[in-house]
Design a binder for this molecule. Structure first.
Ligand code: SF4
Length: 335
């Protein structure tokens, strides 16, 4: 479907206003509508595509060619055919993944500060050291890395995984002992889905890790019939209260297909915004945790990125090839 070149300020306010009246005023929507038109025009001129993560700001969704979770974005980055430029509205490790699959294209991230507490919790050096410590104890040890890590950590891994396929990858890989990096909460969750031994890393996503069972119970107790959907990056005492533990895209599907009409979405707030836009007939309550890294990406920053072709992601070829091998192993095992 052809995306119109512009959206009127009034339509934008009608669409985004219900999400947040303070942010999406008539005045700000006028400004956003002008910038959206500029980004869409520049995208055509530069032969660019914009990939956006589910946690991005709603106005970014307006310029995105594809919105999804990390697994979908990894697959989409692999399939990009016609574009010369990929602008990645997400965090740095995700843009690296787009570069891994598109070495000859310019891959840009609008703000280089958009990192990730989880990705920063493991370095390739520390991982190599830990593997050397563990190998004498578990000679069949394999490393499975959650895609929320840097390309050089992926390059050291036997396979990558996402939150939607982590258990499947662990069960499919030919080893009984898995060093799972970097998310301890996802590792704990995967351990409930496998008979293999998971040795977890001590990392977490600061957004999900700060959510407490008390917060969930407080919302639940006031709303009868509320269905709780939680992301596996949450702590296990939070997951114990969930009706379903799902990746962000699986939450989208679940909320659309379920007969229930009231959901508590226990993940970063951006997903609730996307659900409210795409499923307006149902009610979504937010865990209301914002990822400061994801929110560093703005519409103005995306426009500047396209205008000045910045900030370009570059990877040493050895790292890129290693990360590609681990990501392709994931796509193969998870198929
Ligand atoms: S939500 Fe958590 S895992 Fe995702 S980018 Fe932010 S800090 Fe990293």
């Amino acid at each position: 479907m052809e995306v119109p070149a512009s959206i009127s300020a009034a339509d934008l306010e009608r669409k985004l206003g219900p999400l947040d009246r303070e942010t999406y005023t008539a005045q700000s929507c006028e400004r956003f509508a002008d910038t959206i038109a500029e980004v869409r025009a520049l995208k055509r001129e530069r032969r660019a595509v914009i990939l956006a993560h589910n946690y991005q700001r709603p106005e970014i969704f307006e310029v995105a060619d594809f919105i999804g979770d990390s697994f979908e974005l990894a697959s989409r980055a692999r399939e990009v055919k016609d574009a010369e430029v990929i602008v990645f509205c997400g965090v740095h490790f995700m843009a690296e993944t787009a570069k891994v699959f598109n070495p000859d294209r310019k891959v840009l991230i609008p703000d280089l500060r958009a990192g990730c507490s989880l990705a920063e919790s493991v370095t390739a050096e520390a991982l190599a050291e830990r593997r050397e410590e563990l190998l004498p104890l578990y000679p069949d040890l394999k490393i499975v890395s959650y895609v929320n890590c840097t390309a050089d950590v992926k390059a050291l891994s036997d396979a990558c995984c996402t939150s939607s396929n982590a258990a499947k990858i662990v069960n499919a890989i030919d080893s009984e002992h898995i060093l799972f990096v970097p998310d301890q909460n996802l590792a704990n969750y995967v351990q409930t889905q496998t008979a293999k031994q998971i040795i977890s890393w001590d990392g977490n996503c600061y957004v999900h890790h700060q959510i407490t069972p008390e917060e969930i119970n407080k919302v639940k107790s006031g709303i009868p019939g509320l269905v709780v959907l939680a992301h596996p990056e949450c702590r296990k005492d939070v997951l114990a209260l969930a009706d379903a533990v799902l990746s962000t895209s699986a939450m989208m599907r679940y909320a659309k297909e379920s007969p229930a009409d009231k959901f508590l979405i226990v993940t970063e707030c951006g997903l609730s915004d996307r659900l409210m836009l795409e499923v307006p007939e149902k009610h979504f309550y937010k865990a209301c945790k914002l990822c400061r890294y994801m929110k560093m990406i703005t519409l103005d920053g995306t426009l500047d990125s396209l205008k000045h072709l910045r900030y370009e992601i570059e990877l040493p070829e050895e790292v890129r090839a290693g990360a590609k091998r681990a990501l392709e192993r994931m796509l193969e095992l998870g198929a």
